[in-house]
Design a protein around this ligand. Structure first.
Ligand code: ADP
Length: 261
């Protein structure tokens, strides 16, 4: 129960009485908990079969003798494998969300140089689009303490959003710089942008800007929520600057690693 106590003054300005407003949040909390539990169980159960399906799809693709099957066969198999990858991403997002809710998101921290990791993920991102040109601008960086896998997840998410929300194509600029005790990474696109009133909300669970769903982009609004959580678990911060119809810059900052830590 949430109690709010406010004093009630008489006309001499003395406290005459107290008003107590109680709001029962138990039921609301319980519903939230049940929802998180369901998401956790469902995504966990979906993970095993989809992982097998992915493996079978890859084996089939490797086994096909291109010369003896009709071209449509190969095309359909490629499409099927791409959709399987999408489904896997979705399931992992749900799984991560329930881990965050249950405080079970674990990190394997080690000192890393973000340049190499960024270069690798920029290269991977470029493979998914021919309409965008993704450029990486780096400089010599001090190490940061980070979980390589989780950090890669953040980069993939931000780069794929930059591609997804700039449907006409264009430049995506990924930059890494050292600023005082921080390393700052920014991902800039020249896409649809984000209205001012939505700029804080996009980091909430399941929040999507209206136009995003109307415009036909797929997604469930968990990516940025997970990214911000991962960055904050690294003692860092994440934010966005954006102008509708001009583009967005997402950035995150991580503290520089010093031996004493
Ligand atoms: P999803 O992409 O699955 O909807 P995200 O959590 O990654 O989920 O993003 C939440 C919302 O923030 C998106 O639905 C979109 O409206 C907005 N958004 C995210 N990245 C960008 C971007 N680079 N440009 C414009 N809008 C964005």
């Amino acid at each position: 129960v949430n109690n709010h106590v406010s004093p009630i003054f008489n006309n001499k300005g003395e406290v005459d009485a107290a008003a107590i407003v109680s709001i029962d949040i138990t039921r609301q909390k319980e519903l939230e908990r049940q929802k998180d539990e369901f998401i956790g169980i469902a995504s966990h159960e979906l993970k095993t079969p989809i992982t097998s399906i992915k493996a079978y799809g890859q084996i089939l693709a490797a086994m096909i003798d291109q010369s003896s099957v009709p071209p449509t066969f190969t095309q359909l198999l490629t499409k099927m494998n791409a959709q399987i990858d999408r489904l896997i991403k979705l399931i992992y997002s749900l799984l991560n969300t329930s881990r965050i809710a249950g405080n079970q998101l674990t990190l394997q921290l080690e000192p890393i140089d973000l340049n190499g990791l960024l270069e690798e993920h920029v290269r991977q991102g470029q493979l998914t689009t021919s309409r965008h040109r993704i450029t990486f601008i780096g400089e010599k960086l001090p190490s940061v303490m980070a979980d390589v896998e989780r950090m890669g997840q953040v980069m993939d998410n931000l780069i794929s959003n930059a591609i997804k929300y700039a449907p006409k194509g264009g430049d995506v600029i990924v930059r890494a710089e050292s600023r005082g005790g921080w390393v700052r990474v920014s991902i800039r696109d020249f896409g649809v942008g984000i209205p001012k009133e939505a700029q804080e909300k996009i980091f909430d669970r399941f929040y999507r800007v209206n136009d995003a769903s109307a415009g036909g982009t797929s997604g469930i609004g968990l990516g940025l929520y997970i990214c911000r959580e991962i960055i904050s678990r690294h003692q860092g911060q994440m934010a966005v600057e954006s102008i509708p119809d001009e583009g967005s810059t997402f950035y995150f900052e991580l503290p520089v690693y010093t031996e004493r830590q």
